[in-house]
Design a protein around this ligand. Sequence first.
Ligand code: HPA
Ligand code: ZN
Length: 322
Amino acid sequence: MSWKTFPKVELHLHHEGAAPPAFIRGLAKEKSVNISGVFAEDGSYVFTDFVHFLSVYEAATQVLKTPEDYHRLTLAVLEQSAANGVVYSETFLSPDFCGNRDLSAWREFLHAIREAADQAERDMGITLRGIVTCVRHFGPDKAKQTARCAAETAGDWITGFGMGGDEGQGRQGDFAYAFDMAREAGLRLTTHAGEWGGPQSVHDALDDLRVERIGHGVRAIEDPALIERLVAENIVLEVCPGSNVALGLYPDVASHPIARLRDAGVKVTVSTDDPPFFHSTMTQEYEQLEQAFGWDEEDFAALNRSAIDAAFCTEDTRARII
Ligand code: HPA
Ligand code: ZN
């Protein structure tokens, strides 16, 4: 089976992390921005580990200076997603990166992103929603400001609030104020946990931030009580197997816990995280899961059902997808 055209739902995608390298290189040239250290000789993104990946990611965002740049980025990203059969996607948007950490122009950036998303929906048949995302290693104060951006633009398009960045910095609970503000604004919540942090980081995310989805969360496999909790509380994991393998968390997809988590009753979904960084696409994720675990059309349809059920969108939108 070729999985390229199979209709897919993707819940975990970092907007800048999905930028094709040629797109970032082109903008760097256009604007004469020096981003040495971002690319390997063969033109792909270069990094040695997760923390280095985060710094290369941030270096690449320096070329994204105007709302127009984000308009172009959004079209470039959605073209890739649509070419891989993605029909619905949620993207992590960090006001910190829009406008090089100056949050004041957030609304203009968002307007440009939405315009591009509307165009892609008309032209490519892909629906996008945005999750405003704070960056953990920028600290709780910046996260509060980011949550304010999220709250001010919460609605039918900005539908969620989340946190990415370095899981090694601070604790989930340090960000409770930001998540409370987002919840009060009606936003749905997710955070990265259980990727670089162990099972306790997932417990903390559930207890302290009261999220309903977890970005990654795969290290729950190390704690049977946590697995039971995820099942009982109907928590959905945004699993990114290719990312976990590329960053060295597991040696290969066959050793990845996604199948064991699913078989234990945990709601798992599949996403790419930062596809060009990790040399992955949604098609490849499906191919590798088929190869490693023998998953077939029925398995992938169930996965997409879980994803659409957990999507941060209105019932009307949900009814239109798949
Ligand atoms: N993980 C955590 N934070 C991130 C990532 C990621 O893959 N990409 C950008 N910020
Ligand atoms: Zn991520």
